[in-house]
Ligand binder design. Structure first.
Ligand code: FRU
Length: 504
């Protein structure tokens, strides 16, 4: 009977039409943010992988551009354009520019329909642009980097992908980070001229998780608090297969050091891995829909700025679509906070600024009694909700978002230090199997339970403790947002403030 609500994101990037996955080639040039991304120009399911392109000045409103790098037919095979990165070659060390030009280089994975023997089905290739991303040329006839199928190390040359390049000032080398996806290794290359690459080291699965796929690595230098102290943090996406892994696609991090050749994982610098995490790894975001996060190149900010794909391979091809399928997360700035001798990443979303927005105090300050019900109407244009409490020390705090009869729940358990985001109360039709999910963030101090919740028409990004934890999920409610309610089971009253940022 009821019509499907409009799922078009209002301030997250989605393509006008068709399928998208990973962000690729994030780069800032002269005030313009470029977002390239995996896309299928011909359909709403994964396939015909090509690089789409969009640009923005504020990371909120994006203008879609023509396809930058299309899948192409070579003499004997098809080359799909898998994930990769962009680098602005300011000093023209590649020599691909004319005097005074700054070529824009796109490193991507060629995925071949059949292996061009003796190499495997995946290799790293280059395309470049001499007009800041408007038009592109494929470089050379062969990939820059490939593995022999019978390489001495026995690496799986069919699963070798996702190049991310950055300049390492201390060593004076360009560094490329890649994955051997099935071998669960990150492999590092270096180069002086961005064209000739030398393999220098690998970083392996510290656990033993056969069946996992390692994908889309990035290595970023993060500041510790406001100090000048930094650590190198390896970002890694893991796609799990096998029945014991519930989460599917998850985003992780490893804190360590990098000397220009090798990444040194320092176990003591990393928080202990808790329940709910993939065995052996810490989570950057605890939600079901945060994957393939990569950072911008050449961005003027002093902290890495990342965007992730807001989806999960478990069901990405089957989520409801309205002509477009898939969206990106908000851009987030990352730094480290030192706590108990360990380093934890803090994610600060770049706050979208919308026209006619106003912040309204919904509940200025209220002493909410034990199990007292408090419900407030909310316009469907609510973009962000902020909840502040004082003295939350026992029991559970629950916040419900009501979409007609549908409920999205946020639970905070003070004693156990667990935050949960539960979308299993969303009953929208045509949701794929495995979509009903409750994600938890573990090992938290919730005493200062401040929450910031970004709500868009088909997604929610929850930030706790100013970004020390976050949970990101897509949602497909069967009706628009209508109200929020809050209750708690703490024995004493809780001081609660609730405000909302709305448009119109
Ligand atoms: C990650 C990924 C990458 C690959 C791309 C293909 O989501 O599987 O490893 O390059 O997507 O679209």
């Amino acid at each position: 009977t009821s019509r499907q609500p409009d799922y078009r994101p209002q301030y997250h990037f989605s393509a006008e039409r068709h399928w998208i996955n990973d962000p690729n080639g994030l780069v800032w040039i002269d005030g313009l943010y470029h977002l390239f991304y995996q896309c299928n120009p011909f359909g709403t399911r994964w396939g015909n992988m090509s690089w789409g392109h969009a640009v923005s000045r504020d990371l909120v409103t994006w203008q879609e551009q023509p396809i930058a790098l299309p899948q192409r037919e070579l003499a004997e095979r098809t080359e799909a354009i898998f994930s990769g990165c962009c680098v602005l070659d300011k000093d023209n060390v590649s020599g691909l520019g004319e005097a005074g030009q700054q070529p824009l280089l796109a490193f991507y994975t060629s995925h071949y329909s059949t292996a061009p023997k003796p190499m495997g089905r995946q290799a790293q290739s280059l395309a470049y642009s001499l007009d800041a991303g408007d038009s592109w040329q494929f470089y050379g006839g062969v990939p820059l980097i490939h593995l022999h199928q019978d390489n001495a190390q026995g690496y799986d040359a069919d699963e070798f992908r996702d190049p991310k390049v950055f300049y390492h000032a201390a060593s004076g080398y360009w560094i490329m980070v890649l994955v051997l996806a099935k071998d669960r290794k990150v492999i590092f290359y270096r180069s002086r001229n961005l064209l000739d690459w030398e393999a220098v080291s690998t970083f392996s699965d510290p656990g033993n998780n056969p069946g996992d796929l390692w994908e889309v690595p990035d290595l970023v230098e993060m500041r510790v608090g406001n100090s000048d102290d930094t650590r190198w943090v390896l970002l890694l996406s893991i796609n799990t297969e096998g029945a014991h892994r519930q989460a599917g696609s998850t985003q992780h991090y490893f804190v360590g050091d990098f000397d220009g050749r090798e990444f040194h994982f320092n176990a003591a610098d990393n928080p202990p891995v808790r329940d709910g995490a993939h065995p052996g790894y810490n989570r950057l975001d605890w939600g079901r829909d945060y994957y393939a996060a990569v950072s911008f190149h050449n961005e003027p900010g002093s902290e890495p700025l990342v965007i992730a794909w807001m989806n999960n391979w478990q069901y990405a091809n089957d989520i409801p679509h309205q002509g477009f399928r898939g969206q990106m997360t908000l851009a987030r700035r990352l730094h480290l906070r030192q706590q108990d001798g360990q380093y934890r990443p803090v994610s600060e979303p770049v706050r979208p600024r919308l026209q006619n927005e106003t912040e309204r105090a919904l509940v200025p300050d209220h002493a909410l009694g034990h199990r007292e019900a408090m419900q407030v109407r909310l316009p469907a244009t609510t973009q962000r909700l902020s909840l502040n409490t004082c003295g939350f020390s026992d029991g559970e705090l629950e916040l419900y978002l009501h979409f007609g009869e549908d409920i999205l729940a946020v639970h905070l358990d003070a004693r156990r230090g667990i935050a949960r985001l539960d979308r299993s109360g969303l009953t929208g039709s045509h949701l794929p199997a495995q979509f009903a999910a409750c994600d938890s963030a573990h090992e938290l101090n919730l005493a200062d339970a401040s929450l910031v919740i970004y709500l868009d028409r088909s997604s929610v990004e929850v930030f706790g403790r100013e970004g020390l934890w976050s949970i990101t999920q897509q949602i497909f409610p069967s009706a628009p947002l209508g109200a929020v309610s809050v209750r708690h089971t703490q024995s004493t009253p809780l001081q609660v403030q609730l405000s909302a940022l709305q448009t119109g």
